[in-house]
Design a protein around this ligand. Structure first.
Ligand code: ATP
Ligand code: MG
Length: 556
């Protein structure tokens, strides 16, 4: 990460706090996911920020599962969140669960009732909403607002004991029904839910609301800097009110702009719909903006951290172009991916003057971008090769520097060949290209004196392995499919996945590993998919070599 960049506004606040000796200079942040889905790239932003701050200021970060809603939360999500965090390269100080504080939170609620700051309300959700007023019109009191402390204590205990059905009663804070901040108009603290919780089972049938759980959990853990996204700004007065009235550790909330990425949606609710409605194969579909999807696609942890660092920490929301994310993975893979050859749309090239049955080993570099090299590989060569259909043209224009009748090109890491003739299939598509090769032109020891402009990739027919190749495009056709008033599912790109069932690849790719990046020369960066089994390899294209979309925009 770039240590030279100017401080972001949260770092400025922390440095000031440290200078003023606030919390004795201690820094404790937390990452608080609700385990109701898989993490996405927006979460990565929050993760990098929270863990990054702690690292920078010798502090710590807790992982706290914000599990106050028994209906949507599952252990599968807890496990995936931990896996993604570790993969991104972060270690949390403590693994905590809001549900572990349920007893303590209940005690806090009782304390507020005792002080006259909370009451049990029998009104229905509709009645509560009706009485709440509007931002310009004050709310009106519920008929239950002035219950005695004793009655409230009894009713709240009865709520806990299961005497009431879902929705029959709620516990509300007694604050200010005329406040211009709607969150202060007697917000809900507890509701009744007769549902099994993924950790506490059926111990509880009342569950605290976000606003009554989050700040108190921060406080219980003595979190110094509780960082969340801008939509929580209007919640901050309530966060502070509870802490003040309960006289507990003064955690403080700071807000930054959430990450929005173009051509995708980011809320877990929407991502879950994509999964449930079968638009994608799962949370880790390589087209998903989830951490697990990006991982499967071939993204590296470094590229994601670099992306989060580059976008910085803003106070105002905007949409970040997905091409910046693609730029970051390209940069990283350029330095780490092994170069290999793969022919996606094959035609056969036959070298007529190469001795039949002869085989020789060519040598290719694994990665010429690595200083001092990254090792070599052997490339079997023979008289019959697969080349890319687009590298041959029957009637080539002037500046076509690949193969066509009479044209010469270099076979990458091998010989120069000259196209002598070709044969079409019954549909008039070229099927075979006949060439002669220049024996003195072998790469690395070329004495032919012939200069050719074009170099094309190839795989020996006899030695090639085969693979299924999955090419991905953006999952949505528009920049902002999730914007208000849009049904995001109507904007799905029907061509976001293209499958090439039988591509020819270098034989040594049979030993490819999941998690390693490969550059298929001239075709992009690829990674082995976890669906692969010996004998049936599947590769995902992580990203193209160049930004195809930027080019489109320039053209139009
Ligand atoms: P979603 O709407 O996707 O479900 P969420 O905010 O409800 O997101 P949580 O599990 O509650 O998801 O989020 C955990 C943390 O990640 C929170 O602190 C939240 O502010 C942060 N976060 C979530 N989405 C983004 C985003 N797009 N950019 C930055 N931070 C985010
Ligand atoms: Mg949430």
């Amino acid at each position: 990460m770039n240590e030279e960049r100017p401080l972001n506004f949260i770092e400025e606040i922390i440095e000031e706090d440290i200078q003023n000796g606030k919390h004795s200079g201690r820094v404790l942040t937390r990452f608080p996911p609700e385990p109701n889905g898989y993490l996405h790239i927006g979460h990565a932003k929050s993760i990098c920020l929270n863990f990054g701050l702690a690292k920078r200021y010798n502090g710590k970060t807790n992982l706290r599962f914000d599990d106050t809603n028994p209906v949507t939360e599952e252990t599968e999500y807890v496990e995936s969140i931990k896996e993604d965090l570790r993969w991104l390269g972060f270690e949390w100080a403590q693994e905590l669960y809001t549900s572990d504080y349920f007893e303590q939170l209940y005690g806090f609620a009782v304390k507020l009732i005792q002080k006259g700051w909370a009451y049990v309300d029998d009104s229905s959700a509709e009645q509560i909403a009706q009485l709440k007023g509007t931002p310009t019109e004050p709310g009106r009191p519920s008929p239950f607002r002035d219950r005695s402390i004793e009655e409230n204590l009894q009713l709240f205990a009865d709520m806990r004991a299961g005497k009431y059905m879902d929705g029959e009663k709620v516990l509300r804070a007694k604050i200010d029904l005329a406040s211009p901040n709607m969150h202060l108009r007697d917000p809900l603290m507890y509701r009744i839910r007769h549902e099994d919780h993924h950790r506490t089972g059926n111990t509880w049938c009342i569950y605290p609301m976000y606003d009554f759980a989050h700040g108190q959990s921060d406080s219980i853990e003595e979190v110094t800097h509780s960082i969340c996204t801008l939509e929580f700004i209007p919640h901050r007065p309530l966060y502070d009110w509870f802490i003040e009235k309960l006289e507990i550790f003064p955690s403080h909330q700071y807000e930054f702009a959430r990450l929005n990425l173009s051509y995708t949606v980011m809320s877990k609710r929407k991502l879950l719909q994509l999964v449930n409605d079968g638009f994608v194969s799962g949370w880790d579909d390589p087209r998903m903006p989830t951490i697990s999807g990006l991982r499967r696609r071939g993204y590296t942890p470094h590229s994601i951290r670099e992306f989060c660092d580059r976008i910085g920490v803003a106070k105002r929301e905007n949409i970040i172009d997905v091409s910046l994310l693609e730029f970051c993975i390209r940069e990283d893979l350029n330095k780490s991916a092994w170069r290999r050859m793969a022919v996606l749309d094959p035609i056969k090239l036959i070298i007529t003057n190469y001795p039949e049955g002869k085989e020789e080993m060519m040598i290719g570099e694994n990665n010429p971008e690595v200083e001092g090299g990254d090792g070599m590989r052997e490339l079997p060569f023979s008289s019959e090769l697969w080349i890319e259909r687009e590298d041959f043209m029957e009637n080539p224009p002037k500046k076509f520097f690949r193969l066509g009748p009479g044209l010469m090109a270099r076979l990458k890491s091998a010989y120069i060949v000259k196209c002598e003739s070709f044969v079409n299939d019954e549909n008039g598509n070229v099927k075979e290209v006949y060439c002669t090769y220049i024996p003195e032109s072998r790469s690395g020891e070329d004495t032919s004196g012939i200069n050719v402009k074009g170099t094309i990739h190839w795989v020996s027919v006899k030695h090639a392995a085969t693979a299924e190749i999955r090419l991905y495009d953006r999952l949505f056709r528009v920049e902002d499919p999730g914007s208000e008033g849009r049904d995001f599912k109507e904007y799905i790109n029907p061509e976001s996945l293209q499958i090439i069932p039988n591509a020819y690849i270098e034989p040594d790719l049979a030993e490819a590993e999941v998690g390693r990046g490969y550059q298929f020369i001239r075709k992009g960066y690829f990674s082995l998919d976890k669906d692969s089994v010996p004998g049936k390899l599947v590769f995902n294209r992580t990203v193209t070599l160049k930004d195809a979309w930027a080019k489109e925009v320039r053209k139009s």
